[in-house]
Ligand binder design. Structure first.
Ligand code: SAH
Length: 272
């Protein structure tokens, strides 16, 4: 079965609700896989292999390789094509990365379904301890939110989480013409490294709650957006050194972390 021509993809009726936009440009596939710098001792997980645009190059790399594909008919075709390939037929969001990793940190790659990009990214942030790096292609707009800095319209919860929990590099932009069917938007490939220690934040779930409160309406003042948070945790607001009349979008990442740590020591937080 040759899947190189765009005509053949048409036969398989791409499923829009599963974010199926198949990469048809082999040079881009090659570049994505090369940026993972795979060693034969690596364990590599691919999210949504589809008909194998990236898989083709991944299986050649001799690493320990596992693909996770939600669409059973596609998984079957991929099995026929690559003898002995490991495919987990599940929703990536339901797969335990800790179990997959075992005692070895994993590398993750994927031209991921754009409709669940944020959930996939938050899964990376949650499970960062077992991930060495990830190289993923996503909608360019989301990539711009990930790398946004304070005061810009793209700066928000996603930028903060991404930049606190990982080191991000923008690799390259991919035009709609590289896919079948063509998506309506430009795409971008990014690499995330998870080697940094995030021990300057205590109680990560509370930190996420804090960010959600502070940034759900970025143009409100901190005093207003954090009102219920302060009430819930009986924060001694007068002891905080940050000017609470500022808007959250104006705070740099370091300032956000300082504010959080100050709040933590001026509040009554139940034991997690
Ligand atoms: N990597 C392939 C396919 C990209 S399209 C290529 O570049 O050509 C996105 C793929 O993700 C599809 O195969 C789709 O079926 C799969 N997918 C969608 N939602 C998924 C989920 N929740 N978990 C795992 N795979 C998913």
């Amino acid at each position: 079965m040759s899947l190189s021509s765009k005509e053949k993809y048409k036969i398989f009726k791409p499923k829009k609700f599963l974010g199926q936009n198949f990469l048809t440009d082999e040079n881009i596939s090659r570049k994505i896989v090369a940026s993972l710098d795979i060693k034969s001792s690596d364990k590599v997980i691919e999210i949504g292999p589809g008909y194998g645009a990236l898989t083709k190059f991944l299986v050649n790399s001799k690493c320990d390789f596992i693909a996770i594909e939600i669409d059973r008919s596609i998984a079957g075709k991929l099995r026929d094509k690559y003898n002995g390939i490991s495919i987990i037929e599940k929703d990536f969001l339901d797969v335990s990365l800790k179990d997959l990793a075992g005692n070895k940190k994993i590398k993750i790659v994927g031209n991921i379904p754009y409709n669940i990009t944020s959930q996939i990214l938050f899964k990376f942030f949650d499970d960062r301890d077992v991930i060495k790096m990830a190289v993923v292609m996503m909608q360019k707009e989301v990539a711009q939110r990930l790398v946004a800095t304070k005061g810009t319209k793209n700066y928000g919860i996603l930028s903060l989480n991404a930049q606190i929990y990982s080191d991000i590099k923008k690799l390259f932009t991919v035009p709609p013409t590289a896919f079948f069917p063509k998506p309506a938007v430009d795409s971008m490939v990014l690499s995330f490294s998870f080697l940094r220690k995030v021990d300057f934040i205590k109680n990560h779930s509370l930190f996420r709650e804090f960010l959600r409160a502070a940034f759900s309406q970025r143009r409100k003042t901190l005093r207003n957006s954090l009102k219920s948070f302060f009430e819930n945790y009986q924060t001694n607001v007068n002891s905080l050194s940050t000017d609470l009349s500022r808007r959250s979008e104006s705070l740099a990442i370091d300032e956000i972390i300082d504010l959080y740590n100050e709040i933590l020591s001026s509040s009554h937080i139940p034991n997690p």
